[in-house]
Design a protein around this ligand. Structure first.
Ligand code: GTP
Ligand code: SPV
Ligand code: MN
Length: 581
């Protein structure tokens, strides 16, 4: 009995009866407790100590080689009806799913410790914060939850005061990909995850709660739970604009959120509020305000270096758990494009052989508290969040999508978001580099029917005249030889600057059927080795290709049938007609 809340005690007792752990541990959330998790994992071999002179407080975890990414084909939204989950989700009847999961969970914690982790998503006590309890039999998950969320006493007190919390039950099980399921029961505010220890499958506060369950709650309650970074851009006059940007997994959110301004941008500062998830509410003035429900980063390691992302590089120099990176002769963590050093042991613990593929897994990750970030915003924990000037959608497109364009208005912006497509990445199992529709970067994360989700998005323009402007960016356009046309990373600030100037009405644009595009002179290239011809290629819009794209988007939207909102269909027809289709 560790809480006065009987609903929570009863649930823990019931789960312990089903799973039969040797011990039950209620997490206090103290640093000493985190230390004890680390010591325990060092003893069991779940963690390996890295070079403590070079990387103080840093450890390496090697996962099961079959458990390195999210498993979208094994992730289900078990709403009462299949239509409520929508064609965008896998669905199973809740009764069947629960009995199947109970079968898997039966006796699965024998010989293990059951951790009860009360957690808070969002600044403790914020009117927008939400609470949950994760039960897990993984010390690694408990340690990661400590870094990624606000766990322990404070969260438990809020849960006790309100009596309500999301229930998340997790076990690593046998780590057998054939016995692995991530189940969501949105109407019951319940998550059940079995058979994986990997981030998005196992840290239930993140994708499962803060996106799938929260998006479902947000719809009924009139707010938005989105797969978006939140960044503040401060100009030399000290004025700050906040942007929330939705890019699919491994498409540049963490990097944009921690951007270092180019040399020539004297006096500009960039502040990180969040790198993966934004919860946004309309305030009394009709502005959209965002909080980051998370307290840490679970970020892609490969590609992180002093040049691409100095803030991230410094952030992960201490007190970080690395998962599935390689190791150097000095026992430092190693990954592709880190620096000049060389790996000696690969992510699976084998002597490094180039013939075995990358030394670090392409989806190797760091877990670290947001407080380590040199660009952590002073408003990152503001209970009321920050006002958003612009929403930005994006994807990884080797062709078609220009560097940046602006939607004409809110309904057009919703169409732009709904039409997002992107090349798949190593963040989920399956083929990499295949273009697929990923509306609002939420394909794997929306906890209900996309048609209803788009209707919800559209409804905001009836509730406010003060909404953010909507944009689309593509950092990943390539030339004929397959090279990126745009240098990306810090240089992306040049594009954010145009976006902010558009919000302020300070810069012109060319109006095309797909939206407003910068004229070449509107993008500042000072100090940048990008030729006028390259910029022209980056901003090129091919009408034939776009007619075909709009046709494909229309076909995709129609797969949602009668539930597709008329407003979106009308917007699609308008843009198609403007393109001459
Ligand atoms: P999730 O954590 O999976 O949601 O990913 P994310 O959206 O935060 O992506 P992240 O910033 O970690 O970047 C993923 C990969 O894209 C890394 O290998 C980066 O180096 C690369 N990347 C990020 N930004 C850019 C960019 O502007 N240009 C190019 N070419 N690559 C980039
Ligand atoms: C993503 O895949 O979008 C991530 C990593 O942010 S995970 O938490 O595993 O989902
Ligand atoms: Mn993500």
């Amino acid at each position: 009995m560790n809480t006065r809340l009987s609903a929570l005690n009863d649930w823990v007792t019931e789960v312990a009866g089903l799973t039969r752990p040797d011990e039950v541990h209620w997490c206090s959330g103290t640093e000493a407790e985190y230390r004890s998790f680390v010591e325990q994992m060092l003893a069991s071999g779940d963690l390996i100590e890295l070079n403590q002179q070079h990387y103080p407080g840093c450890y390496l975890h090697r996962s099961d080689p079959n458990d390195v990414a999210r498993v979208e084909h094994l992730t289900y939204v078990c709403s009462a009806t299949e239509e409520d989950a929508g064609p965008n989700n896998n669905w199973m009847a809740p009764g069947r799913a629960k009995s199947m999961m109970r079968g898997l969970f039966k006796d699965c914690m024998r010989g293990r410790t059951l951790y009860v982790i009360p957690y808070c998503m969002g600044p403790l006590g914020s009117p927008y914060a939400r609470y949950g309890v994760e039960i897990t039999d993984s010390t690694y998950v408990a340690a990661n939850m400590y870094l990624m969320t606000r766990i322990g006493r404070g969260a438990l007190e809020h849960i006790e005061a309100t009596g309500s919390f999301i229930r998340g039950l997790h076990s690593v099980g046998e780590l057998d990909p054939e016995r692995r399921f991530i189940m969501h029961f949105p109407e019951e505010l319940t998550i059940m995850s079995y058979g994986s220890g990997y981030g998005g499958n196992a840290l239930l506060g993140k994708k499962c709660h803060a996106l799938r369950i929260a998006s479902f709650q947000a719809r009924t309650e009139g707010w938005l739970a989105e797969h978006m970074l939140i960044v503040g851009v401060e100009n030399p006059r000290g004025e700050t604009h906040y942007l929330a940007c939705a890019f699919p997994s491994a498409c540049g959110k963490t990097n944009l959120a921690m951007l270092i301004p180019p040399e020539s941008y004297k006096g500009w500062k960039v502040w990180t509020l969040g790198d993966d998830i934004a919860w946004m509410h309309l305030d009394k003035d009709g502005r959209l305000r965002a909080i980051n429900p998370e307290a840490g980063y679970f970020g892609v390691v490969p590609g992180t270096n002093r040049k691409t992302n100095r803030n991230a590089y410094e952030t992960i120099g201490r007190d970080t758990i690395f998962t599935n990176v390689a190791v150097t002769a000095d026992n430092d963590p190693w990954w592709e494009d880190k620096d000049g050093s060389t790996p000696v042991i690969d992510w699976r613990g084998r002597p490094y052989e180039p013939g075995n593929g990358p030394a670090a897994h392409p989806n190797s990750r760091f877990t670290v508290t947001a407080k380590n970030n040199p660009s952590y915003s002073s408003l990152a924990e503001a209970p009321e969040g920050v006002p958003i000037s612009a929403l930005v959608f994006g994807g990884r497109r080797r062709e078609l999508a220009p560097l940046v364009f602006q939607a004409r208005n809110w309904p057009h912006g919703v169409l732009v978001g709904a039409g997002v497509a992107s090349e798949t990445t190593a963040a989920a199992t399956g083929a990499v580099g295949i273009v697929r529709r990923d509306p609002m970067a939420m394909k794997p994360f929306c906890g209900y029917n996309f048609a209803d989700y788009w209707a919800h998005w559209l409804s905001f323009s009836e509730r406010s005249r003060n909404l953010p402007k909507i944009f689309h960016v593509n950092w990943f356009r390539r030339d004929g030889a397959g090279r990126f046309l745009w240098p990306g990373f810090g240089e992306n600030l040049r594009v954010l600057r145009w976006i902010i100037d558009r919000c302020e009405g300070n810069v012109g644009a060319e109006e095309l059927p797909i939206g407003y595009l910068p004229r070449p002179q509107d993008i500042d290239l000072q100090g940048l080795d990008v030729s006028a011809a390259t910029l022209e290629q980056l901003l090129a819009v091919d009408n034939d290709q776009w007619r075909e794209e709009m046709r494909a988007i229309g076909e995709y939207l129609e797969t949602y049938g009668e539930r597709l909102p008329e407003g979106l269909r009308a917007e699609h027809a308008r843009v198609s007609a403007a393109l001459g289709a």
